[in-house]
Design a protein around this ligand. Structure first.
Ligand SMILES: Nc1ncnc2c1ncn2[C@@H]1O[C@H](COP(=O)(O)OP(=O)(O)O)[C@@H](O)[C@H]1O
Ligand SMILES: [Mg+2]
Length: 246
């Protein structure tokens, strides 16, 4: 593996009595693409949210590029800006144009000049195929277009790593591929990515590794090829049998 960019050591998290992350150890190398898969409720979203400190952890450490996640304040804002996150729902600002959605973070957090931020914003919109829509509002775009804008908005902050939490699961089927294609392109360009998804096509095309979680634990991990053809744990076998018969 290349130099590790994201390192989780012995991470634990409870919600009340519920132990949602159990002794999670995980290293993601620079440029590595990791797909996280597992049954609903297994802790995948909590894992993503912990990496970007939207959730606190009770024990263990999480480092990004050698730096421990700060508790709060400016350092935290800076670190969050290094970690791009794309959720299932698009979370665009409804009352701002597409271009304004993209440039807001770079201007406010990265202190870029407006014209610089807009130039780069247009390049990113071009890259995700929605440059034509720059002056429209989110509600005027399809779900697939909005999700591509959400990706461009994250990229505008020049993140070191991108987290995706089921980015296509709220989309109509015909829009899934346009979003996955953008993600495959990002992976090919060397972006470090942690992707929670059940899209096996994406995992096979773009992932270096699949991590299978159940009940707050990493149960097994392997290359996509090995994992999908020869899952070793009964839980992974059971899970794959269920998603494959859909
Ligand atoms: N804010 C919260 N408060 C209480 N329980 C939560 C909270 N967020 C998640 N959970 C619970 O933690 C477990 C893991 O959730 P989550 O990380 O969302 O799993 P996944 O993304 O794999 O479906 C689930 O049982 C869920 O109900
Ligand atoms: Mg989830």
């Amino acid at each position: 593996m290349t130099e590790p960019l994201v390192v989780l050591k012995d991470v634990n998290k409870h919600f009340g009595d519920l132990h949602v992350l159990k002794d999670i150890d995980m290293e993601i190398g620079k440029g590595e693409v990791v797909v996280v898969i597992g049954p609903s409720g297994s802790g995948k979203s909590t894992l993503c949210r912990a990496i970007n400190r939207l959730e606190t952890i009770e024990s263990g450490t999480i480092t990004i590029d050698g730096k421990t996640l700060p508790e709060e304040g400016k350092a935290l804002a800076q670190l969050r800006a290094d970690v791009g996150m794309v959720f299932q729902s698009f979370n665009l600002f409804a009352h701002k144009t597409i271009l304004d959605n993209i440039t807001l973070g770079p201007i406010k957090v990265r202190k870029q000049k407006k014209d610089e931020a807009e130039k780069r914003g247009m390049e990113l919109l071009e890259r995700v195929g929605v440059a034509q829509q720059a002056q429209k509002y989110p509600a005027q775009l399809s779900g697939g277009q909005q999700q591509r804008v959400a990706i461009a908005r994250s990229l505008a902050m020049n993140p070191k790593v991108m987290l995706f939490d089921e980015p296509t699961s709220a989309l109509d089927p015909e829009m899934i591929n346009e979003v996955l294609d953008v993600m495959v392109g990002l992976a090919r360009d060397g972006m470090t990515m942690i992707v929670v998804t059940h899209e096996m096509g994406f995992a096979r095309k773009a992932a270096n590794r699949v991590v299978f979680m159940a009940d707050g634990q990493i149960v097994e991990q392997n290359t996509p090829e090995e994992f999908f053809t020869n899952p070793t744990s009964a839980r992974a076998q059971d899970f794959l049998a269920k998603i494959l018969t859909h």
